[in-house]
Design a protein around this ligand. Structure first.
Ligand code: ATP
Ligand code: SF4
Length: 338
């Protein structure tokens, strides 16, 4: 009995659990609080989207998980449990071993991860350094993966250099490289933002198919809500360094609870039915992240803000089974309906 319970507990444990994460960037103007009390789960085999306006901390969160932060970054609190181990406490060599093995990343600009002066073949073989097998076996795997990501006639293309490929094809090569190592978690930071709409759809379908086949989880950072709706099982909405709402994609997109999520969805070009020359934006600006904050971080732009929002930071409220949001109104609604 005890063992069954333990097995259940282990299988229920998320692959990645971010808890109470705070991160500052040191700047000449002071400390920028880029992540504040961020908590988020990535269950095994699921795709989690991170959405929010520019500057909300999406990329910072992705890079923190990968351990690829600039020197002025300082994690001041929290933990990042990956397969039960805290990445923030892991010795650097152990963390490096995880990269390109259990964890891999796709960047917005494929040239971030490709070496311009080496052939695709040598880079795809090198990335398999954790795997057993001869060079010719690794080459065969690379060819197979190139074919699966839609590179036609890979035998004739594998010897080429990155600049011989178009932007869309380079991103396919990066996806092939990231998945060649069969990671448990793939972190994708705006992988389709630089591509046109047709290529974006193709890459999203490709990621979806390969994720199912490999069974990995994906942390997918995007400002494109349509792409998130298409690819993700769950979504976390970030605003000014905080996760303000998270839950299953269908719940968040059909029944958003946080005023910021609602505003973000109202401004989504994919959802606007009327033809218009100007796309709506959320009035006001993302607040400065310098210095400490009191009250709700969204209050300067929220049309529902009231006294309590100035004085008190909202805690997380559960809405239904699989959705949580940080807004005082949710507590008030409960009082009214009670
Ligand atoms: P975008 O969609 O534009 O990429 P984002 O949601 O990914 O935005 P981040 O790039 O994570 O946001 O930035 C979060 C905040 O941290 C922003 O205010 C940004 O200016 C700041 N920031 C990011 N990197 C640094 C850095 N190296 N030094 C100082 N501030 C930084
Ligand atoms: Fe708006 Fe207040 Fe809710 Fe913040 S807590 S989102 S300011 S109503």
């Amino acid at each position: 009995m005890r063992q069954d319970g333990l097995t259940q507990q282990i299988s229920a444990r998320p692959l990645l659990a971010v808890r109470g994460l705070n991160l500052d960037f040191g700047t000449p103007r002071g400390r920028i609080h880029a992540l504040r009390n961020v908590s988020l789960d990535v269950p095994a085999g699921q795709v989690i989207g991170i959405v929010g306006e520019s500057g909300s901390g999406k990329s910072t969160l992705a890079y923190t998980v990968m351990g690829l932060l600039p020197e002025n970054a300082d994690v001041t609190a929290g933990s990042i449990l990956f397969e039960g181990k805290d990445l923030l406490k892991m010795p650097i060599p152990a963390r490096r071993t995880l990269l390109g093995d259990r964890l891999s990343m796709i960047f917005q600009d494929p040239m971030t991860s490709l070496n311009p002066v080496r052939t695709i073949e040598s880079q795809m073989i090198d990335i398999q350094h954790h795997d057993q097998g001869s060079r010719s076996e690794k080459r065969a795997r690379a060819l197979d993966m190139l074919l699966r990501v839609g590179i036609p006639d890979p035998e004739s293309r594998i010897g080429a250099y990155p600049h011989h490929f178009s932007g869309g094809m380079r991103q396919r090569v990066c996806i092939a490289m990231a998945l060649l190592v069969k990671p448990a978690l793939l972190v994708a930071d705006e992988p389709t933002t630089a591509l046109d709409a047709t290529l974006e759809v193709q890459i999203i379908h490709l990621l979806k198919d390969l994720q199912k086949e490999i069974g990995c989880s994906i942390l997918f950072v995007s400002h494109h809500l349509g792409a998130v709706a298409e690819l993700c099982d769950r979504v976390a909405v970030m605003y000014a360094g905080e996760v303000v709402e998270q839950g299953a994609v269908r719940d968040i997109f059909h029944n958003p609870a946080h005023p910021y999520t609602r505003a973000l969805l109202e401004c989504d070009p994919g959802r606007i039915k009327k033809s218009t020359r100007t796309l709506p934006t959320i009035p006001g600006e993302v607040p400065s992240l310098l210095g400490s904050k009191q009250g709700c971080i969204f209050r300067t732009r929220c049309r529902h803000a009231y006294n309590r929002c100035v004085q008190e930071s909202p805690v997380e409220y559960r809405i239904g089974l699989d959705q949580v949001a940080r807004c005082h109104l949710l507590a008030e609604e409960r009082l009214v309906s009670a």
